[in-house]
Design a protein around this ligand. Structure first.
Ligand SMILES: Cc1cc2nc3c(=O)[nH]c(=O)nc-3n(C[C@H](O)[C@H](O)[C@H](O)COP(=O)(O)OP(=O)(O)OC[C@H]3O[C@@H](n4cnc5c(N)ncnc54)[C@H](O)[C@@H]3O)c2cc1C
Length: 388
């Protein structure tokens, strides 16, 4: 979806809406065009959507240049970059995405290959990269999905523990590129209750599980965070802490040399912009990988950090990811205008209000309403959120 800036509304220009509905000729696949004055664009647009029509394109009536597109990524809309419509109907492609190959009653039992800390000296907490062998099973996945883990032992009720979900941090080919492993980025949950330190059941199990140990795995699940197949897409990623997991998989798919060799049909050429929020520098995750992508692909990869306990925001307070979003709002909104731009947000649920606030203020400064824009982006399959 390409979003027209609200400031453009109000001139007397004519606009052409291309839509698909049942009143269109079957010979054209139900596709027809409607030309309306710009002043009536919003109301006509809303009426058409309510009538069930699928809006494929809204273009400047005189020049034919695309102004706004409300459609699935599959829509044959010209891209704002001036390139021809993309071949990849993303929604349809999702039909091939594997889900629930292994269910809680009959999980796949993988074996831990490695379990290493991702943190540097002086970091807060405990975050591990856990890689498991999937050989001998049929557990396949794609970037952006999650798997379920059933920790060993029994819950207080004497029954096996429930599954916990973890975003997959590896590409479909796995870290060793052999296609038979899966990696997770796990933060051990620890909190105090009534003066007692409580360790989260599954996160502690995963952070402690030694190489060679069996792990019960379910899934994969999730289609919300899939990466577009479009090699020219722009991908803006907002991650805090272990929310980096899916982003690490995307970035490997885009930039890791071995991955690129394994993916003849996916040579990323767009812009990937990672916003990463952590409390301290030693808490940065996968830093070496990201630095190597910055060196190899300076035109395609951008990396902006918010290190809350070390950096100050413009008001002198702690620098959180939403402050970075506010700081770069112009560039972010210029990218959002392009059909090819997708936004991903992943991390603790608590990050959502801050991002929403930053986007609301940034949108308002451009005469837009984030509360209207966000569902449009979501509907167009361009706003992807997984918070927990
Ligand atoms: C789609 C999805 C993807 C996820 N991806 C990841 C990931 O990539 N990495 C990752 O580390 N986690 C991820 N999680 C979170 C993960 O599933 C677990 O929730 C997390 O690891 C904690 O599980 P646990 O068994 O260790 O904690 P549990 O033993 O289940 O304890 C959690 C419970 O403790 C209580 N609790 C928590 N904090 C406090 C507190 N401060 N005070 C009092 N009570 C508290 C709450 O009741 C909470 O439900 C993801 C979750 C989802 C839904």
């Amino acid at each position: 979806m390409h979003v027209l800036s609200a400031a453009s509304f109000g001139s007397s220009q004519m606009m052409t809406i291309t839509l698909q509905d049942f009143s269109g000729s079957p010979a054209t696949g139900g596709i027809r065009r409607l030309t309306v004055p710009l002043s009536q664009l919003q109301s006509t647009y809303g009426r058409l959507l309510r009538s069930g029509a699928r809006i494929l394109e809204v273009a400047n009536g005189l020049t034919g240049s695309v102004a706004m597109v409300e459609s699935s990524p599959a829509a044959p809309a010209a891209q704002s970059s001036g390139k021809p419509a993309r071949k990849a109907p993303a929604k349809a492609a999702h039909a091939d995405v594997p889900v629930n190959l292994y269910k809680p009653k009959a999980p796949f039992v993988g074996k831990v290959i490695s379990n290493d800390s991702l943190l540097k000296e002086g970091a807060i907490g405990r975050v591990n990269h856990v890689t498991m062998d999937l050989s001998g099973g049929d557990l396949r996945y794609v970037e952006g999905q999650s798997i379920g883990i059933i920790p060993d032992g029994l819950a207080d009720n004497g029954k096996p523990h429930k599954i916990r979900l973890y975003s997959i941090a590896s590409t479909r080919h796995g870290d060793n590129l052999a296609g038979n492993t899966v990696s997770l980025c796990v933060r051990q949950l620890q909190y105090e209750k009534d003066g007692e330190l409580i360790n989260g059941v599954c996160s502690t199990f995963l952070c402690d599980v030694p190489p060679g140990a069996p792990v019960k795995i379910t899934g994969p699940v999730g289609k919300e965070m899939l990466l577009p197949e479009d090699e020219d897409a722009n991908v803006i990623m907002l991650a805090t802490g272990t929310g980096i997991a899916p982003m690490r998989a995307y970035l490997r798919r885009m930039f890791d040399p071995g991955e690129r060799d394994r993916n003849p049909d996916y040579a990323f050429r767009g812009k990937a912009w990672l916003f990463m929020g952590v409390p301290t520098t030693p808490n940065l995750l996968y830093e070496e990988e990201f630095q190597s992508y910055l060196s190899a692909y300076p035109d395609n990869f951008r990396y902006t950090k918010a290190i809350s306990r070390e950096q100050k925001n413009s008001e002198g307070g702690r620098m959180y990811i939403q402050h970075r979003v506010a700081e770069y709002a112009d560039e972010i909104f210029n990218l959002i205008k392009l059909d090819a731009t997708h936004l991903y947000m992943c991390g603790l649920r608590g990050m959502e209000p801050g991002i929403d606030e930053a986007m609301t203020a940034a949108a308002a400064a451009r005469g837009l309403e984030w509360k209207t824009l966000r569902p449009q982006l979501k509907k167009a399959g361009r706003w992807h959120v997984e918070t927990y």
